[in-house]
Design a binder for this molecule. Structure first.
Ligand code: DC
Length: 218
């Protein structure tokens, strides 16, 4: 039986960095489910579909084929045969993803893909509904948070390093709005699973958080 670590939490809590580090230390596969929702959102943007056009989104899901491959431990996300790794991290795609990931047809298709991946391999999977919906029997469940200010600062430094101009106040506003959307949607809202261990990463280093999660693995 494969082993699974589920890490849920709001945007910018450090989930992907920490999940990647744990996967490396334990030799597991890291599955970034947000990237799958992002690839799907990119498809809707490129098809000219608006976030409010829920019927069109539901119908278009069947034409958007999202697949995941791994090369040297790195996840590659493919949209209809095109590698979209470099296209899915913009603020525009982030906001569209937060809205279109509330769609039932989108979620059903991607949850199926995520479960199939976790069945084959030992995984560290991060997202919003991993412990509550995708892998309710995960061996370890963590709910990772950090204050919105710390999360905005992390994003700010990330963009600064890439040489992109950005505004800290705007970033924090966007983060708070996305949290609200992710937590208040009808299907699989972001919430802590009853059996998840809460960790606030605001004042912890990446290594400290990763080690705290590894310590939970039996
Ligand atoms: O983790 P992220 O920032 O890449 O996620 C992008 C968006 O996708 C986020 O607004 C919430 C959504 N998402 C989701 O609804 N369920 C998941 N399992 C992962 C992400």
């Amino acid at each position: 039986m494969s082993y699974s670590i589920a890490i849920d939490g709001p945007a910018g809590a450090g989930k992907s960095t920490i999940a990647k580090l744990i996967a490396k230390k334990k030799g597991y596969i890291y599955i970034d489910t947000g990237a799958m929702y992002r690839a799907m959102a990119l498809y809707f943007i490129e098809a000219g579909i608006g976030a409010e056009e829920q019927d069109k989104i539901s119908a278009a899901v069947q034409d958007a084929n999202v697949t995941i491959t791994y090369e040297n431990g790195e996840q590659n996300v493919w949209l209809n045969g095109r590698n979209v790794n470099g296209l899915i991290r913009t603020e525009k795609v982030s906001m569209m993803t937060s809205l279109t990931s509330a769609n039932k047809a989108v979620r059903e298709k991607l949850v199926e893909l995520q479960r199939a991946l976790a069945q084959k391999e030992n995984v560290v999977m991060d997202g919003r509904d991993i412990g509550t919906c995708v892998l309710p029997n995960a061996n370890v469940k963590v709910y990772l948070t950090a204050s919105s200010h710390v999360r905005a600062l992390r994003r700010y430094h990330e963009l600064e390093q890439k040489g992109e101009s950005c505004d800290l106040v705007e970033i924090e506003k966007d983060i708070i709005q996305r949290d609200k959307q992710d937590m208040s949607r009808e299907i699989s809202p972001l919430k802590q699973a009853e059996d998840a261990v809460p960790i606030d990463s605001s004042d912890m280093t990446i290594e400290e958080v990763a080690d705290a999660i590894i310590a939970l693995c039996k």
